[in-house]
Design a protein around this ligand. Structure first.
Ligand code: HEM
Length: 489
């Protein structure tokens, strides 16, 4: 976290006697940050919420950290005071590991604004609508792959996630197995997860010299990791981008984010090197979409395995609306509110980003009498928000909580899972449109069930990297009648 000292304005507020929000007692340097359960910190933050309320202050390794535990406070601060709450904390490891190209880590300012503009151009609702034919084709490919090897169902979800985003961003069609570009891009995510740990950030910011230890000295692992990470980062920025540039040069590039942006910015002078920005937003989109998409679908399959009644009801609805001689498509969406309710409940029940991405304050503030320092890291605890009193029995999977009495969808779109304010996920329309189609296609073609009655969620291991979601777990996948349609498509 870059040290943004409290300025005169902050001192004035502090001088007026506003207290910091309540929180746990001050904890020792290093000790506390490292003792916070790194695997599931949101559980500790949620326990603090019960004790201290919706706004918690904690000082972690010498930094101010504000934790927002309720949607009401998130809206009041992240949305309504977005000019203060839209910065990101500065992690020294981002630059060191070559990850500072990522739009999601940029400080609030003009450069970030330009990235957001390009992201919006590609992922706004009307552009996502143009992607419908591509998404339909991909959902059917996924279903076909599962028919062919149902035992690898969860791996197919991963391939599907990569395949959709590489087609959308670069116009690239992946090979069904061992695709070179998928490996390149996956390497970036694996390295990011391995090197970008809170421990490393704590160590690097406390002992910056560790980043300059020569490769032959003890303790140089840090630096060797950095070489590797920077190489992967460069590769994932350059290789797929070059693929699209070459495809454009040969006149057969399909429409994609990179192709569209290169065309619309061709010959335009700007304050930024537009080609470099296009590379950066493209790799960012891949990194942000891949695990969140795979994760949402893996949580969906887990929910179906654990809740056969929900699965039956969802399938009954589909079978009523969609004739057995065809597969569902986007036109069916308004007639299938329960499927949207299932999707919302998946995102609420096991949010793939339980703490979102941290924001930071760009100036000090006072909220409900509490002083919020400038430069504080602001964590939006989505886990707590998706377990609020608005959702009785929050650990139960109950899609009907999103339906009104007449069976239509209610107003609650669980927006907290996409973050808030000006930093809210720009890929949410694509994320949820693709998830809806994948879910409805899977439900129409397959029945998912436990391998035996005693199997429970406790046996699931969780991926805790860029996103949180179940690692492949054993399950039965049986084709339904509609799966036959896939072979004639
Ligand atoms: C279900 C799927 C997804 C979920 C749950 C999700 C969730 C999130 C969350 C919680 C954030 C942090 C927001 C904040 O700081 O307040 C975020 C940021 C972001 N997401 Fe997503 N996301 C999903 C899919 C996608 C997709 C498909 C893309 C791109 C195509 C994408 C691109 C981004 C980008 C670029 C950011 C950084 C925004 C910024 O810093 O300005 N996401 N997402």
């Amino acid at each position: 976290l870059r040290h943004r000292h409290s300025g005169p304005e902050a001192d004035q507020l502090r001088g007026k006697g506003f207290p910091l929000p309540p929180g746990p007692p001050r904890l020792p340097f290093l000790g506390n940050a490292l003792s916070i359960d790194r695997v599931t910190p949101w559980l500790i933050y949620t326990a603090w919420a019960e004790k201290y309320g919706p706004l918690v202050y904690v000082r972690l390794v010498g930094k101010d950290v504000i934790i927002i535990n309720s949607e009401e406070v998130a809206r009041a601060l992240l949305d309504e005071r977005s000019s203060i709450y839209s910065d990101r904390p500065h992690f020294v490891t981002n630059e060191f590991f070559g990850l500072d190209f990522n739009s999601a880590f940029l400080p609030y300012g003009d450069k970030w604004r330009f990235h957001r503009k390009l992201l919006h151009q590609t992922f706004r609702p009307s552009s996502v609508q143009d992607m419908h034919p591509l998404l339909l084709r991909k959902a059917r490919c996924l279903a076909k792959a599962i028919v062919e090897s149902p035992d690898e169902c969860l791996t197919h979800l991963q391939v599907h996630a990569g395949s959709v985003i590489l087609a959308v961003v670069y116009g690239y069609e992946v090979e069904p197995k061992d695709d070179r570009l998928v490996h390149t891009m996956q390497r970036l995510l694996t390295t990011t997860t391995r090197v970008m740990t809170p421990e490393r950030e704590v160590i690097a910011s406390a002992f910056p010299f560790i980043m300059y230890i020569p490769p032959w000295m003890p303790g140089s692992r840090f630096r060797r990791d950095a070489y590797e990470s920077r190489a992967h980062s460069k590769e994932s920025l350059e290789v797929p981008f070059e693929w699209t540039v070459n495809a454009m040069a040969s006149g057969n590039a399909p429409h994609s984010m990179v192709e569209g942006l290169l065309r619309s910015y061709a010959g335009q002078d700007d304050d930024y090197d537009v080609r470099e920005v296009i590379k950066a937003v493209a790799t960012t989109a891949f990194a942000a979409a891949f695990s969140t998409t795979e994760g949402t679908l893996a949580c969906f399959v887990l929910a179906m395995v654990l809740n056969p009644d929900v699965q039956r009801r969802a399938q009954a609805d589909i079978d009523m609306v969609v004739n057995m001689d065809r597969l569902p498509n986007f036109g069916d969406r308004p007639s299938l509110p329960y499927i949207d309710a299932v999707l919302r409940e998946v995102m609420r029940w096991r949010p793939v980003a339980p703490l979102g991405l941290p924001h930071a304050t760009s100036r000090s503030d006072v909220y409900q009498g509490y002083y919020i320092p400038k430069g504080a890291m602001v964590i939006s605890n989505t886990w707590a928000m998706t377990r609020s009193s608005r959702y009785p029995d929050p650990e139960e999977f109950i899609p009907s909580r999103f339906l009104s009495e007449s069976g239509t969808l209610n107003e609650d779109e669980v927006v907290s899972v996409f973050g808030g304010g000006r930093r809210m996920c720009p890929g949410r329309h694509l994320g949820e449109t693709n998830a809806w189609l994948s879910i409805v296609t899977l439900l129409s073609c397959f029945e998912f069930s436990k391998i035996h009655d005693a199997w429970s969620e406790e046996e699931v291991e969780w991926e805790n990297g860029v996103a949180r979601f179940p690692r492949p777990f054993p399950l039965n996948v049986a084709p339904r009648v509609r799966a036959k349609l896939l072979s004639v498509e």
